[in-house]
Design a protein around this ligand. Structure first.
Ligand code: ADQ
Length: 411
């Protein structure tokens, strides 16, 4: 149990445009991942495993399925004062939606004031990783600074996607949000120290900064673009290096794993890692579990062997509860709960979300099929990118076909 008086805030209002069509009718943090998880489960599991059991989740964009997931999955014992509470944009400070992630926190300060925490742990909802935030809070307290940001090394060519930290012994000298050009690290010019979008603040200092920011008409009211740079100028910023974080059960390979799965190709690659023989990210770390909606009521996965063409198997795959592979062949794929793969079909290098139906004599390759997709008998998908595009499906730069929720793939 964490010792300090901490309230956690999860920023979950991101639109996730680059994950279209998976974000057509759901917020990015609600996008399914790894069979039966949703992206937000990783941030929330990290908070719970760190001992932080009071969390508010700030939502706004198409938040229905996200709200439902949080309420159904992350119910905690309110009697013990523990909760994970989604807070939708409420227009408490003017007739507008959240202007940026800083404004989202500002507009939710009533929940902070009610709780009176000494420290706030504020994290994004879109990344896959394991992290013990209590170690970052210890670093924050030891630094005596009002603001701590978490940093991780990333390739310099990605600098325009990140806040770039220039630090010396943990003392942040400069912070540039998504620069087009910047210098590499002195010991490795090919890398930058990127902000992970995870912050610890001393509550009273953040409230003061947010109130000043709200009155500043030139501000975009963004945590990375405005609030962190404000603290670099006023009071100082401490940098917590993710490499120092130690999580029980982590392997040498996955201890510094952190992925932004914000594009379809990154999302797909992270899935292919999960089903590789030696994945970098180990889902089977039971000492730091990733929690999600309990689907124990679903029947176990089942395979039915088809003697005629010797199919009915899954190789190098993740097969969730409620899946039936009846005489079909599945390789290098992720099957989410409720998927049904019929005879004489072939599914390879694909991500199948909940309740997809794969008909007989079909071929599914290099595809992401969103929930409730039906691939009709004799249809193919992911085999001919031009045809898939002509049928209105998204095909990514690296050639992955993405089929929106509920679509029917005709022969
Ligand atoms: P981005 O991820 O590009 O960069 P942003 O789009 O603000 O920044 O998303 C950060 C988090 O805030 C996400 O979890 C998102 O869902 C959420 N969010 C965005 N807008 C929101 C809003 N209006 N209301 C509520 N939540 C909102 C950030 C930092 C960079 C850092 C990267 C690391 O700004 O400095 O390097 O994260 O991925």
């Amino acid at each position: 149990m964490a010792k300090n008086n901490v309230l956690a805030i999860v920023l979950a209002g991101g639109e996730g445009k680059r994950l279209m069509p998976l974000t057509l009718d759901r917020a990015k943090p609600a996008v399914p991942f790894g069979g039966h998880y949703r992206l937000i489960d990783f941030a929330l599991s990290n908070l719970v495993n760190s001992g932080y059991l009071r969390t508010i989740v700030l939502t706004q964009y198409k938040s229905h399925s996200l709200d439902r997931h949080i309420v159904q999955t992350w119910r905690m014992s309110a009697n013990l004062g523990n909760y994970v509470a989604p807070i939708p944009a409420q227009q408490r400070q003017g007739k507008h939606w959240y202007l940026g992630s800083g404004d989202a926190v500002y507009q939710s300060l009533n929940a902070v004031r009610d709780e009176k925490p000494d420290y706030l742990v504020i994290v994004g909802a879109d990344n896959i990783y394991r992290m013990d935030f209590s170690q970052m809070v210890e670093s924050h307290i030891a630094s005596g600074k009002p603001c701590t940001i978490a940093g991780i090394r990333q390739p310099i060519e990605l600098s325009s996607a990140f806040g770039v930290i220039d630090q010396d012994g943990g003392d942040v000298k400069a912070f540039l949000e998504k620069p087009t050009h910047c210098e590499g690290l002195s010991d490795d010019p090919t890398k930058i120290l990127a902000s992970m979008g995870n912050y610890v603040f001393t509550t009273k200092d953040l409230i003061e900064a947010l109130e000043r920011d709200a009155a500043n008409e030139d501000s975009a009211h963004d945590m990375g673009g405005d609030i962190v740079p404000y603290f670099v100028e006023h009071g100082g910023v401490n940098c917590y290096d993710f490499i120092d974080n130690e999580v029980p059960g982590a392997t040498e390979r996955d201890r510094d794993y952190w992925r932004d799965v914000g594009t379809l190709d990154a999302f797909y690659d992270a899935h292919m890692d999960l089903i590789s023989v030696h994945p970098v990210f180990n889902l089977y770390n039971f000492e730091w579990p990733t929690y999600t909606k309990a689907d124990a009521w679903l029947p176990p996965a089942k395979t039915t062997f088809n003697d005629a063409d010797r199919r009915g198997v899954a190789i190098d795959s993740i097969v969730s509860n409620g899946v039936i592979i009846s005489g079909g062949n599945v390789e290098h794929s992720i099957l989410s709960p409720g998927t049904y793969v019929h005879s004489y079909s072939s599914v390879s290098e694909s991500v199948l979300m909940h309740n997809t139906r794969i008909g007989r004599h079909t071929v599914v390759a290099k595809s992401i099929l969103d929930k409730d997709v039906v691939v009709e008998e004799n249809a193919t998908i992911g085999v001919d990118p031009e045809r898939d595009r002509a049928r209105g499906f998204t095909v990514t730069e690296s050639g992955i076909t993405v089929v929106p929720k509920g679509s029917i793939v005709h022969p």
